[in-house]
Design a protein around this ligand. Structure first.
Ligand SMILES: Nc1ncnc2c1ncn2[C@@H]1O[C@H](COP(=O)(O)OP(=O)(O)OP(=O)(O)O)[C@@H](O)[C@H]1O
Ligand SMILES: [Mg+2]
Length: 366
């Protein structure tokens, strides 16, 4: 449905050129919920605006629903209003001088003014109903709550019944509780309508919970793209592992090569030798970071005989979170984060034994 090839986009600034997008490739299937995830300034909004036709790329090709809307080599650039998209901006960009009805009607009136009044009314009311704003049409737009303004922006993006919906951090202005509710509501709505959605966020929880596919961006490039599960479970770089979820890193050097289908080898670290999954093609002596998620580490019985991936540690800090017990533990030269079951009884200063399950430890090139 959406294909972006080798997209480049630069901004001219006082300090020179900023190469904001540096060769992005994206292929999104019809009906898919696709998320661009990355830190501030990595080029998410720029990519979305190029797709919408609001920025002119330096090079590359973009097609929407089989139609080439931008091509550097072929000098094609279809204007934004002729692309079959709806968009919600990072700031909702609701027009404060208009009421709710006029805000939603605006994209329809912009189409050329030939649409009969009654049809405009039907479409606006249907869009408002989709986002559960029935009955609000005469309210001045600024007199809506944050969540309602967010829905209004969504209704305006949906009123032309676009094939593609572009959403730039649409939940970032909402408080935590409303954001939680809207995440599910928004995903359900676009899935029900079958709209192909490109969603931009720097919030890993939004990305993991809403998306079919997550693409992680770093400095103008997509560095990894896969399902939420695979992005979390199999980050390919240190950057991706650190950006998605809490992670422990232990630096070391490979001291035994991988064998078998599980690619389990061993890494010499300051915590001792750790058996872990090695990257493809890694060899003995390579410097790596071993990635272990806090929820994967467990407390061994004190009487356990020291074995594979069992280390002695000292509890430093404990924070009771209700559903988990979050601790930091000192292991050799490293400080590790742990998420233990809340019923676990440990005290600061206590000596413990921790197990890092080999199949949950992943070495990444450092
Ligand atoms: N209009 C502009 N003029 C000059 N530079 C810009 C402009 N818009 C963005 N940039 C620069 O381009 C880069 C990418 O910006 P972009 O807005 O795409 O980031 P982002 O990933 O959306 O970040 P955020 O999460 O903060 O919204 C940044 O370095 C930014 O400073
Ligand atoms: Mg942005």
């Amino acid at each position: 449905m959406i294909k972006i090839e080798n997209l480049h986009l630069s901004y001219q600034t006082d300090e020179g050129m900023v190469h904001a997008v540096r060769g992005v490739n994206i292929d999104i299937a019809e009906g898919q919920f696709f998320t661009l995830l990355g830190p501030s300034g990595c080029g998410k909004t720029t990519t979305l605006r190029a797709l919408a036709g609001l920025e002119t790329p330096a090079d590359g090709e973009i097609s929407i629903d089989g139609k080439l809307v931008y091509s550097g080599p072929k000098s094609i650039n279809i204007p934004s209003y002729r692309r079959d998209i709806g968009m919600v901006f990072q700031s909702y960009a609701i027009w404060p001088h208009m009421d709710v009805f006029e805000n939603v009607a605006f994209p329809l009136r912009e189409m050329g003014g030939r649409m009969p009044k009654s049809k405009i009314r039907d479409k606006v009311l249907a869009a408002l109903s989709l986002v559960q704003l029935d009955g609000y049409e005469d309210r001045p737009a600024p007199f809506l709550s944050g969540g309602q303004q967010q829905r209004l922006a969504l209704a305006r993006a949906l009123v032309k019944e676009p094939k593609v919906l572009l959403l730039d951090e649409p939940l970032s202005n909402l408080d935590a509780k409303l954001r939680d509710e809207m995440r599910t509501e928004l995903r359900d709505l676009v899935k029900r309508l079958g709209i192909t959605t490109v969603y931009v966020t720097h919030d890993q929880l939004e990305a993991l919970t809403m998306s079919d596919v997550v693409a992680v961006m770093e400095t103008g490039l997509i560095v990894q793209e896969s399902t939420p599960f695979d992005i979390y479970e199999e980050p390919r770089t240190r950057f991706v592992a650190a950006f998605i979820g809490q992670t422990n890193f232990v630096e070391g050097k490979i001291d035994a090569a991988a064998n078998g289908a599980g690619r389990v080898g061993s890494v010499a670290t300051s915590c001792g030798s750790l058996r872990c999954i090695l990257p493809d093609g890694a060899g003995i002596g390579d410097a790596v970071s071993v990635v272990v998620r806090p929820e994967d580490v467990y407390l061994a019985d004190q009487r356990s005989v020291d074995g594979d991936n069992m280390v002695t540690a000292e509890i430093a800090e404990i924070v009771f979170m209700g559903e988990t017990l979050e601790c930091t533990a000192i292991v050799g030269a490293e400080t590790m984060r742990l998420k233990l079951h809340p019923s676990t009884r440990v005290e600061a200063g206590q000596s413990i034994k921790l197990v890092f399950p080999a199949d949950r430890c992943r070495a990444l090139a450092s």
